[in-house]
Design a protein around this ligand. Sequence first.
Ligand SMILES: Cc1cc2nc3c(=O)[nH]c(=O)nc-3n(C[C@H](O)[C@H](O)[C@H](O)COP(=O)(O)OP(=O)(O)OC[C@H]3O[C@@H](n4cnc5c(N)ncnc54)[C@H](O)[C@@H]3O)c2cc1C
Length: 351
Amino acid sequence: MPNIKNLTSLNMSNIPPVKEYVSLKPYTSFGIEATARYFAAFSGEDELKQLLSNPVCSEVPALIMGGGSNILFTQDYQGLVLHNNIRGLEILEENEQSVVIRVGAGENWDELVGYCVRQGWAGLENLSYIPGQVGASPIQNIGAYGAEVKDTIKMVHTLNRHSLMPLTYSNADCEFDYRQSIFKKQLRGKRVITHVVFLLSKKPRYNLNYGTLNVTVRQKGAVNLTNIRQAVIDIRRQKLPEPDETGSAGSFFKNPVVDQNKYRKLVSNHPDLPSYKLNKKHYKIPAGWLIDQLGWKGYREGDAGVHPNQALVLVNYGNATGRQIYELATRIRKAVRDHFGIDLDYEVNIL
Ligand SMILES: Cc1cc2nc3c(=O)[nH]c(=O)nc-3n(C[C@H](O)[C@H](O)[C@H](O)COP(=O)(O)OP(=O)(O)OC[C@H]3O[C@@H](n4cnc5c(N)ncnc54)[C@H](O)[C@@H]3O)c2cc1C
């Protein structure tokens, strides 16, 4: 690990300044205190390349950070946090049916959704009000209200973290799955996503099958992109903590998928078990229901707790530490394993 003089001496050159001991609290939605040993922001590929190619930077681990809405820091980060500020949106192709846009990874996700809805470009509206940046959206294939971002992504532009070579991934290359992609599996931490290319429709096929969305949209009047976006925002505001008010990272756990044998066993013990049939052999079980059955919803210990309206969401009521949130998550996991025999996976990136 280089000494302080080494890394901060980078500030003498024309690459973005590297700061030391930067609080990450304002950069994460959990609002938890943790310090980055080194911190720099980049607003273009050249700046990023300059930072990554400097031999001093390559001596410490580096973490690419977007909106910090899917990260839990359980301790200070002893490496270099690189905050993505690559902005911009350009139209690559357009005709009467569709539009192809290329968006900078550092753009705010919900601002992009709002912009597309105003243009009449369909595909992202069900994903309204998800915090974070565009660049993180393919990583866990963000999803909500019956939609997943994989259905609109045409290509993902990246930079190899080590060779600094640009590499483009087609939709199929990304190996998208439920809250999963190649960037969260074998390429985890190995690529920096710089731009995402979306294919959006000008002749929308609305997707209102999920939960109460259909009813809420129709209460607003016509079925159109604006009303769908507003309905999604209204429902999310009722169910989830306001990102600016209560610290969280959204769903802390993924919904588990079980095979048929396990499913039958569960149903015989819990006839009211909600489930979603994925295919002939697999069922998805709502993790929130499992956690709620065990009485965790609304549980609070100090400033760490389980959201009163959504048992999947762990919250920081003010001054919880990352350790406290993590310990609570570990206890919930154990309780679910002991009672249901199901291992919950974390959706949040725990560092
Ligand atoms: C209140 C709330 C509600 C939420 N609701 C949903 C929801 O409905 N559906 C859903 O899917 N998610 C949801 N989330 C989770 C989160 O918003 C998404 O996962 C989002 O895409 C994370 O974006 P981010 O920019 O904040 O990523 P970060 O938290 O900054 O990063 C997440 C991971 O991606 C990596 N990363 C980020 N940007 C890049 C990049 N450009 N290149 C390479 N690696 C990168 C980071 O290193 C980290 O490992 C919610 C979160 C909150 C707080």
